[in-house]
Design a protein around this ligand. Structure first.
Ligand SMILES: NC(=O)c1ccc[n+]([C@@H]2O[C@H](COP(=O)([O-])OP(=O)(O)OC[C@H]3O[C@@H](n4cnc5c(N)ncnc54)[C@H](OP(=O)(O)O)[C@@H]3O)[C@@H](O)[C@H]2O)c1
Length: 241
């Protein structure tokens, strides 16, 4: 069986207007799927990708985005919860708001979209949920107590989800990227980037497409028996974690 899906599916990627999310959306589009992305900031999207405005911290906007996607492309069969933020700072300087706002976007945001998508997937009796976590979630990183906690939480979410809905033909997996060249990592100080690079066995950072290809595969027929897994795409940075 080829890694490509057998029929076009309705795919939704949150935060798909740039970075890793956009690369994931393009990978599904190239696969022949019907692809929608959420955006907060209006952006020019490649032809064939439907953009719907949504903020993952706002349940009503998520519901409106799902309705628009369902109307245009049918019930969401592949959901990629990718939207995420960082607010890096050391523990003693981290305010409660720095912590809760990152959790609200990265973890509760994923919960909101996964929950909204579940109705349609249960009715379809099939579905693929892919949560974009991070090597920081299991390996830890100084200055990222908020971010790491949110990304580790996604692992518990995917595993409990798998145990709850696994018998309905739905899988839920976590993809944990390492250092990927995007706006998010461009913000990091040069010293931090050098430090990461020195610890990556692959000796380089990755491009967003390298994450996208793995996400597309996890959503393919070939990966039907993989659920509750954490799949690193990190050049070996987090090995064993
Ligand atoms: N880059 C890396 O090295 C790396 C490594 C590990 C994990 N990750 C994870 O991969 C995912 C994508 O990262 P990236 O590097 O592509 O980041 P990015 O370039 O900063 O893009 C983040 C995306 O998330 C969206 N977003 C943020 N907050 C949102 C909200 N409240 N509601 C809806 N959308 C929201 C952004 O939308 P706007 O354009 O509207 O801001 C944007 O589309 C994130 O979950 C990140 O934690 C990245």
């Amino acid at each position: 069986m080829s890694p490509e899906a057998t029929s076009p599916r309705s795919v939704l990627v949150t935060g798909g207007n740039r970075g890793i999310g956009l690369a994931i959306a393009k990978a599904f589009l190239a696969n022949g799927d019907k692809v929608a992305v959420t955006y907060r900031t209006p952006t020019d999207l490649p032809e064939g990708i439907l953009g719907v405005q949504a903020d993952v911290t706002d349940e009503a906007s998520i519901d409106a985005a799902f309705k628009a996607v369902e109307e245009a492309n049918g019930p969401v069969e592949v959901l990629v919860a990718n939207a995420g933020i960082t607010k890096d700072t050391l523990l003693l300087r981290m305010s409660e708001d720095d912590f809760t706002s990152v959790l609200d976007t990265n973890l509760t945001g994923a919960f909101r979209v996964v929950k909204r998508a579940a109705r349609g997937m249960i009715r379809l009796r099939k579905g693929r949920v892919i949560l974009i976590s991070s090597v920081s979630g299991l390996y830890g990183a100084p200055g990222q107590i908020n971010y790491s906690a949110s990304k580790a939480g996604l692992v518990g979410l995917a595993r409990s989800y798998s145990r709850e809905l696994g018998s309905r033909g739905i899988t839920a997996n976590v993809v944990a990227p390492g250092f990927i060249n995007t706006d998010m990592t461009a913000e990091l100080p040069e010293e931090t980037q050098k430090d990461y690079l020195s610890r990556v066995p692959a000796g380089r950072f990755a491009e967003a497409e390298e994450v996208a290809n793995v996400v597309r595969w996890v959503a393919s027929d070939e990966a039907a028996y993989i659920t509750g897994a954490v799949i690193p795409v990190d050049g070996g940075l987090g090995m064993g974690h």
